[in-house]
Design a protein around this ligand. Structure first.
Ligand code: GLN
Length: 190
């Protein structure tokens, strides 16, 4: 299995390391040419969503990536990746791929709680450690969206079809179970 990892900006290397530990091959998507070979799945990492979204457009990668997801390519978006996938941002007038029918609040925890770590249950896995870094959360969901995790009374992970979004950073640390769940999802027959 080859997982394409968007490598324009942010925390993509850590995702690659986790995926390789689990036996998946990875390819960095840095420019339009890298999209010539379609991967089996896609990771949109954390970082700065505005920078990533602009680069996707400036490098003429945006439409291809959006079409891949619309056509059913499994995707995991973490933190900034969640923001790129959200249909609506409640506190930002920008919009990006909009393939995941949720409303998301950017930098939702304010300045004081900008970064924190907590533990909470994740559907199908059990308790996991969650690293939040100037994180968004999901404010509302549409029918068909499955909640995977809540922390501090907010939805912080969800699935819709073969799309997964997470507010926190599962690529930090040694716990590979969320990436493993993603790989399982990639293997699932529809
Ligand atoms: N605050 C960032 C944004 O709004 C997301 C932070 C992250 O990816 N860790 O894009």
């Amino acid at each position: 299995m080859i997982v394409g990892v968007l490598a324009l900006q942010g925390a993509f290397i850590e995702h690659e390391q986790m995926l390789r530990k689990l036996g998946a091959d990875t390819v960095e998507l840095r420019e339009k040419e890298d999209l010539q070979h379609k991967p089996d799945a896609l990771i949109l990492p954390g970082g700065e969503s505005t920078a990533q979204g602009k680069l996707l457009k400036d490098l003429d990668m945006f439409d291809t990536v959006k079409q891949w997801i619309i056509d059913g390519m499994p995707v995991m978006g973490t933190c900034a990746g969640m923001i790129l996938l959200a249909e609506k941002l409640v506190n930002d007038d920008k919009q990006w791929l909009q393939t995941f029918p949720v409303s998301v609040r950017r930098n939702a925890y304010g300045r004081q709680l900008g970064s924190f770590i907590t533990r909470a249950p994740f559907k199908g896995i059990g308790e996991v450690t969650m690293n939040f870094i100037r994180a968004p959360y999901i404010e509302s969901i549409s029918p068909g969206v499955e909640v995977l995790a809540e922390a501090n009374n907010h939805i912080v992970a969800a699935r819709y079809g073969k799309q997964m979004i997470l507010s926190f950073h599962p690529e930090i640390g040694e716990d590979t179970r969320i990436h493993q769940q993603f790989i399982q999802m990639v293997h699932e027959k529809n």
